[in-house]
Design a protein around this ligand. Structure first.
Ligand SMILES: O=P(O)(O)OC[C@H]1O[C@H](OP(=O)(O)OP(=O)(O)O)[C@H](O)[C@@H]1O
Length: 272
C-alpha cells in the first residue's frame, strides 16, 4: 500500500490529491486532483511488499523532484531483509529497488538485517525499544521481564528491556536456513510470577513464538508478544493459544489478520 503526503500553505500535512492508475498496457501512472496545485509533496509511505507500490512511489518522487521538492520515503518494513545471504540475494535486489526511487531520505522501522541497511542509501532507522516503552498499553502492564526469542533478537530485546527498566531473559532457537524449518528451543530460567513480553522484529507464521512459548511451559496468562512487523501468515492465528496480547504495527498488510486480532500501533503515530 502507498500513501502520499503533502504540506499546504496553512502549515498542515495532508494526503496528497493524487489518483494512481494503470495504463491499458499495464504501466503505473497517476493524475493530480485540483488540490494538488496548492500542495507541496513531502513524504510517501510504503507498507508491505507490492513491487507496483515502489513504481508508484518512484513516479511520485520524480514528480516532486521536477517541482524542486524533497521527499522522504517511509518504508517501515524493508522487504527481503531476511534474505540477507545466499542465493538469490534478495536484500540486494530490494535495496536496489528502494534506491531507484531516488528518495531524499528513507526511514525504516526495526530492520531485520544490518546487511540490508548497509545497502539502502540515505537510510534512517527507527528502533522498536522507544516505541514499545512509549506505548501506554505496554508500559502500564508492568512486565516482569522481556524475553528475546533467539540470538538475533537479543540486541533489540535488550534495548526494550532497558527502556522498560526490567530484566532480559534469553531464549535460543535453531532454524535450517535452506528449508526454513525450526528445530529446538530453550530459554533461561524465568521468574515464577508476573507477565513477560516476548520482543522480536517479525512474526511470519509464528512458529518461533509458539515454539518458544511451549518451551517455557507458560500460557497466555503469563506471555504477551511484541513484533514490529506483523506478517501473520499460515498458522499465525494459533499464537492465540500461547499469548494473551499481541502487539504490532501496520508496517505490513498481514497485521490485519482477523484471527490473530493483534493490537495495532500505526507507524504514522511515531514515524512522522
Ligand atoms: O514467525 P516465524 O515464521 O517463526 O518467523 C519469525 C522469525 O523469523 C525471523 O528470524 P529468522 O529466523 O529469519 O532469522 P535469522 O536471520 O536469524 O535466520 C524473525 O526475526 C523471527 O525471529
Amino acid at each position: 500500500m502507498i500513501t502520499t503526503y503533502a504540506s499546504v500553505p496553512a502549515g498542515f500535512t495532508v494526503y496528497s490529491d493524487v489518483n494512481f492508475m494503470q495504463f491499458p498496457a499495464g504501466e503505473q501512472h497517476f493524475t493530480l486532483g485540483p488540490a494538488a496545485q496548492q500542495q507541496v509533496p513531502v513524504r510517501v509511505l510504503i507498507t508491505g511488499t507490492d513491487a507496483n507500490d515502489y513504481i508508484r512511489a518512484g513516479l511520485w518522487i520524480d514528480y516532486a523532484h521536477q517541482h524542486g521538492n524533497k521527499v522522504e520515503a517511509v518504508i517501515p518494513y524493508l522487504p527481503a531483509a531476511r534474505a540477507d545471504r545466499g542465493e538469490p540475494f534478495g536484500a540486494k535486489v530490494y535495496a536496489n529497488l528502494i534506491n531507484s526511487l531516488e528518495a531524499d531520505q528513507v526511514t525504516c522501522l526495526d530492520p531485520h538485517s544490518p546487511v540490508m541497511t548497509e545497502l539502502v542509501d540515505n537510510l534512517t532507522i527507527v528502533e522498536s525499544a522507544g516505541v514499545i516503552a512509549a506505548d501506554p498499553r505496554i508500559a502500564q502492564r508492568r512486565y516482569a521481564g522481556v524475553i528475546a526469542p533467539d540470538a538475533g533478537a537479543v540486541s533489540r530485546a535488550q534495548k526494550a528491556a532497558d527502556a522498560l527498566g526490567i530484566p532480559l531473559f534469553r531464549a535460543a532457537k535453531h532454524r535450517d536456513f535452506a528449508t526454513g524449518k525450526l528445530s529446538g528451543f530453550s530459554c533461561e530460567q524465568l521468574p515464577d510470577n508476573g507477565r513477560l513480553l516476548v520482543v522480536d522484529d517479525i512474526c511470519d507464521g509464528g512458529g518461533t513464538f509458539r515454539g518458544l512459548a511451549q518451551s517455557t511451559g507458560l500460557g497466555p496468562d503469563r506471555l504477551d508478544l511484541w513484533v514490529s512487523h506483523g506478517v501473520f501468515s499460515g498458522q499465525a492465528a494459533r499464537l492465540r493459544e500461547n499469548f494473551g496480547s499481541i502487539f504490532t504495527t501496520d508496517s505490513h498488510p498481514g497485521h490485519q489478520n482477523p484471527d490473530v486480532n493483534a493490537t495495532i500501533l500505526p507507524v504514522s503515530s511515531f514515524m512522522f
